[in-house]
Design a protein around this ligand. Structure first.
Ligand code: KG4
Ligand code: ZN
Length: 367
């Protein structure tokens, strides 16, 4: 049995961190103070570049990172009114992500570390999505920061590549409860959007279209996978495909808004339902949701509508990929002593479950 001893951020050593993100199709840099206060944060999105391919084209992504990354970092430091000499460390996404994209951020960070003498910290992108809920965009006043999440914390990561339920008993402590067996939630949004003729990226397109539709128009399946904390979205995707084919064969016009709303409702029901069940079963104090799909309005509203648990949801601009979350996770890693070498390689398939700090170090006491 372990007893949680909450370590508050203000009990940790101070640190001003430059974060760099380039794992997929966003080039981003940010400077954060003590993991929670944003001094500057910039994101250069490649969405328009990839829209013509209907998804991220890896080689195009890495070459665009090369073109953008130095000016993004330079402008971020200017907006923070800081030089590298004013910082304590450089945090950079090491994985998971596209190898050719990760390499650009990692090598840039190494060059900056070598030139400045600052320590470099490799950050797991999924861990960073969780830490986006610690970032406060509303104030730079340390005494007015929003309350930080409390442990044990039931977390849901819903992004383009991952759907995972993870229990955090302390900082940098992750117990993976379950994950998707097939498509990630974001991937399901992207694939279904294409099926019903909506543009890439599918999440925001489906959200927009669903606002004019009836979520009860179609009764799409919900895969509860009882007895596990896993998810599956491929049956739902196939059910939408079947409806689309049926209507096309009958030469009926596609009720796009109703299809979008009914699909979105099925995803929201399962994500919210399983997260709430897991929070109860594992005796969590609070819930945290993060990742690109947590930008979804219906999902946010459904979590906020329940009153069983306080819910932490990142600011909408921090749900999709950004560097503030990298600098935040990098700060906690810095505070707990992580320093990496200049020979560090990218880790394109880096599971969050490999990231846990020994409980002794993260402030967990064993009773
Ligand atoms: O976290 P993220 O920016 O990148 C990854 O790490 O994967 O997530 C991108 C995913 C995409 O699949 C996108 O369609 C989805 O997040 N997404 C949304 C919304 N905004 C982005 N899904 C549903 N509703 C949204 N509003
Ligand atoms: Zn992401």
């Amino acid at each position: 049995m372990s007893k949680e001893k909450m370590v508050k951020t203000d009990e940790l050593p101070p640190g001003r961190i430059l974060g760099i993100e380039s794992s997929c199709d966003e080039t981003a840099a940010a400077v954060l103070e003590n993991g929670r206060i944003v001094l500057a944060s910039l994101v250069a999105s490649q969405v328009e570049l990839h829209a013509q391919f209907g998804g991220v084209f890896p080689e195009v992504a890495s070459r665009q990172h090369i073109r953008t990354i130095y000016s993004i970092i330079d402008e971020t430091l200017k907006r923070a009114h800081l030089d590298l000499a004013d910082l304590d460390a450089i945090a950079v996404t090491r994985g998971p992500g596209l190898p050719g994209s990760l390499v650009v951020g990692l090598n840039t960070a190494k060059g900056l570390a070598l030139g400045s003498g600052l320590p470099i910290i490799g950050v797991n992108h999924l861990e960073a999505h969780l830490y986006s809920a610690w970032v406060d965009l509303a104030t730079t006043d340390p005494v007015n920061l929003m309350p930080e999440p409390s442990f044990p914390l039931l977390t849901l990561i819903v992004s383009g590549g991952h759907t995972e339920l993870v229990l955090m008993r302390g900082h940098l402590q992750y117990e993976r409860l379950g994950a998707t067996l097939d498509d990630a939630a974001g991937e399901a949004f992207d694939k279904v959007a294409r099926l019903i003729g909506l543009s890439y990226p599918g999440g925001p397109s489906i959200q927009r279209s669903a606002e004019g539709g009836n979520p009860a128009a179609f009764h799409f399946p919900r895969a509860w996978l009882e007895g596990t904390w896993n998810f599956s979205f491929s049956g739902l995707k196939t059910a939408v495909l079947r409806e689309v084919r049926r209507m096309q064969e009958q030469k009926l016009p596609l009720p796009v808004a109703n299809l979008a709303a009914s699909f979105q409702q099925a995803v929201v029901d399962v994500l919210v339902g399983k997260t709430m069940m897991a929070a109860e079963a594992l005796d969590a104090k609070e819930i945290l949701i993060s990742g690109g799909v947590s930008a979804n309005r219906a999902l946010r509203q459904a979590f906020l509508a329940q009153d069983a648990y306080p819910v932490h949801i990142p600011h909408i601009s921090l749900c999709t990929d950004n560097a503030a979350m990298i600098a935040s996770a990098g700060y906690y890693r810095f505070a707990y002593g992580q320093r990496d070498g200049l020979d560090m390689d990218v880790l394109p398939n880096w599971p969050l479950s490999q990231m846990s700090l020994p409980p002794r170090l993260s402030g967990l006491e064993h009773a």
